[in-house]
Design a protein around this ligand. Sequence first.
Ligand SMILES: [Zn+2]
Length: 182
Amino acid sequence: MKSRNTERDDVDELVISEAVKALAEMDKTFKSHLGGTYKGSVQNLVSILNPHVANWLKAKTNVLKKNLKKIEGIKCYNTTDCRAGENKILWVEAAHPLDASRPQVIKAVVKDYLKRGGNGCDIGEVFKEVKSRHETLKFAFLCRWCHKEHDKLSDNSYVARTFKEWADYAATLEKKKRRGGH
Ligand SMILES: [Zn+2]
């Protein structure tokens, strides 16, 4: 027979798996159709990959934004000096770390790949590595005004988390909300 505590733990696990599962599901269903071997300049390959990486990131961050919106509404996570002013925030943008923009990450992966030698670049492999490196980066969800002046914001004025940490954060909030509900 289940005790009260066990039931509560079951609910907690369910909530956590919802947010984290949505992220995993997104990765499973995302199709890029990228493949083949590339021979040419690094810059060219960065340009080829860039829109594909952007699409993947959009899908990934949309999952998180949807989760956060459901719980906290649409808000800028620059909580100390948001620059939106009087403007109502209608959406938030995912901001890369300042020293690791999307093209910078792609370029670094391509260069590393080429350094390892071989005849050309396996595009599918490079894309996979670009995605994997994004998993360890900390992103900030900012309004467009803060995102535009991202480099001028002080480091501790906004929160930055990895995808996984954002999913956990959303799950924690949801858990609190459900508990508060009864
Ligand atoms: Zn803002």
